[in-house]
Design a protein around this ligand. Structure first.
Ligand code: DC
Length: 222
């Protein structure tokens, strides 16, 4: 049986940065489930389909062929044969993703793919519903969070460092709106699994959080 770690939490809590490092340290693969939902949203945006039109999104879902491969130690997302990794991390795609990921048919398709990847690989998988829905039997479940103002500032610093002009207030408003949608949707809302360990990263450095997770994983691995 494969060894699976589930990491859930709101946008900007540091899930992907930390999960990626933990994966490298412990020779697990890192599965970024947000990227799969983002690829689906990208398909809709590129084809002029409004994320708010659930019927149209569902009708077009089958046309978006999303494949995940692991190349040079990293996850690559292919959308109808094209490597779309560099197109997924924009604010527009992020906001559209939060809307389409509330659609049950979209989730069903993604969850199937995620379970199949986890059954074949020792992995650390991050998302919103990994501990509660995708991998209820994961060896370890972490709920990673931080104050919304801290998460907004981190995102602001990250964008500014890349030379992208942005507005902190707008980023905070977007994060809070996305949190609300992710936590209040009907299907698999973001919530902490009962058997998850809560890690609040508001006052922690990336290294501190990483060390803590590595230690927890190693205890479970024996
Ligand atoms: O983790 P992220 O920022 O890449 O996620 C983008 C959106 O996708 C987020 O608003 C919620 C959604 N998502 C989800 O509903 N379930 C997951 N397992 C992963 C992401």
């Amino acid at each position: 049986m494969s060894f699976n770690v589930a990491v859930d939490g709101p946008a900007g809590a540091g899930k992907s940065t930390i999960a990626k490092t933990v994966a490298k340290r412990l020779h697990l693969i890192y599965i970024d489930t947000g990227a799969m939902y983002r690829a689906m949203a990208l398909y809709m945006l590129r084809n002029g389909i409004s994320p708010d039109d659930a019927g149209e999104v569902v009708r077009n879902c089958e046309n978006a062929d999303i494949k995940i491969r692991y190349e040079n130690g990293g996850q690559v997302v292919y959308l109808n044969g094209e490597n779309v990794n560099s197109c997924l991390r924009t604010e527009d795609v992020g906001n559209a993703t939060s809307v389409i990921s509330a659609i049950p048919e979209v989730r069903q398709k993604m969850v199937e793919m995620q379970r199949s990847l986890a059954s074949e690989n020792d992995c650390i998988m991050d998302g919103r519903d990994i501990g509660t829905c995708v991998l209820p039997d994961a060896a370890l479940k972490i709920y990673l969070t931080a104050d919304s103002s801290v998460r907004a500032k981190r995102r602001y610093d990250e964008l500014t460092a890349r030379g992208v002009e942005c507005d902190l207030k707008k980023i905070l408003a977007d994060i809070e709106e996305r949190d609300y949608r992710d936590m209040h949707r009907e299907v698999s809302p973001l919530t902490m699994a009962q058997d998850a360990v809560l890690v609040d990263t508001s006052d922690m450095t990336i290294d501190e959080v990483t060390e803590r997770l590595v230690r927890m994983c190693m205890e479970k691995m024996g």
